[in-house]
Write a protein that binds this ligand. Structure first.
Ligand SMILES: Nc1ncnc2c1ncn2[C@@H]1O[C@H](COP(=O)(O)OP(=O)(O)OP(=O)(O)O)[C@@H](O)[C@H]1O
Ligand SMILES: [Mg+2]
Length: 255
């Protein structure tokens, strides 16, 4: 068979795959597979600034994968933005987990790595782009009109950068049906997560909400990676020299 015929056959196969894709059934299945904290995070489409604060392995990145598909479905044809702290983390964490996620639910997509990574989900109401960007290079996010933005591990970004970038990125959310900024991070002390969700000023705001999850909430971790709740909290507290900071981390991660 000639190369052109092979390519045409591949295009036809892809088209059949896209037409057979059942988005509502897939969304129901994704929800059924989430644990309660993840479900609260994914199902909240009304809070403008939404956070999930959790310890290692609690299912933060997985929740962001489900959230990305859910927001893409609600904003078909509009751009979404996914940010990791740095460019290499986009490749090492996000692409790895999101590829697995899309494939496990047979969601039709195309990925383009260069010049900057982007996914196109082939959804029933139109192709829907998800741009992947480095949070530390937020100045490069120019000319984007997005509906939503998701950030992973934002508290590992220097507070000076995170605080400066946050309002600028919010300003990019000016398209689509549901506009939302959602972040998942392990809290790192008095950084962006604390300022945005737990400070005195933040607690007076009605545009934001923080959901707390714990490592032991994730039933999908292998047993050796699932600490008992007491051991997990003691380990975190012991690793922090300042007792007040230990209390703060406990308050941000305890259920
Ligand atoms: N709802 C789920 N269904 C199936 N697997 C899940 C689910 N939630 C989490 N997992 C799996 O549990 C493991 C840990 O999840 P994930 O990487 O999302 O946690 P995390 O909080 O982002 O971890 P880290 O602190 O290392 O960033 C992964 O293998 C992930 O695929
Ligand atoms: Mg993660």
């Amino acid at each position: 068979m000639s190369k052109i015929l092979k390519r045409l056959a591949q295009i036809e196969l892809n088209q059949t795959f896209i037409e057979a894709f059942d988005l509502p059934a897939t969304l129901i299945q994704i929800q059924a597979d989430l644990h309660p904290g993840q479900l609260d995070f994914v199902n909240d489409h009304t809070t403008q600034i939404l956070g999930v604060s959790a310890g290692y392995g609690a299912g933060k990145t997985r929740a962001l994968c489900a959230k990305a598909v859910s927001l893409a479905a609600a904003n078909q044809g509009f751009i979404g933005l996914v940010m990791e702290p740095t460019g290499p983390l986009i490749r090492d964490i996000w692409q790895n987990d999101f590829d697995d996620f899309l494939e496990s639910y047979s969601i039709p997509y195309t990925f383009r790595a260069s010049p900057l990574p982007e996914y196109v989900l082939h959804l029933p109401l139109g192709d829907t782009k998800i741009l992947c960007r480095s949070f530390e290079n937020w100045q490069r996010c120019i000319g984007i009109n997005a509906a939503w933005c998701l950030c992973d591990e934002l508290d590992t970004v220097m507070p000076a950068i995170a605080n400066k970038a946050f309002p600028k990125i919010l300003g990019r959310l000016r398209a689509g049906n549901i506009r939302q900024f959602a972040v998942a991070s392990t809290p790192e002390g008095f950084r962006w997560m604390f300022n945005t969700f737990a400070s005195e000023d933040a607690l007076t705001r009605t545009d934001r909400k923080l959901i707390k999850m714990r490592t032991q909430d994730n039933p999908h971790l292998p047993p050796f990676a699932r600490p008992s709740s007491i051991a997990a909290r003691r380990a975190v507290s012991n690793s922090v020299p300042c007792p007040f900071l230990a209390l703060l981390i406990h308050a941000l991660t305890a259920g």
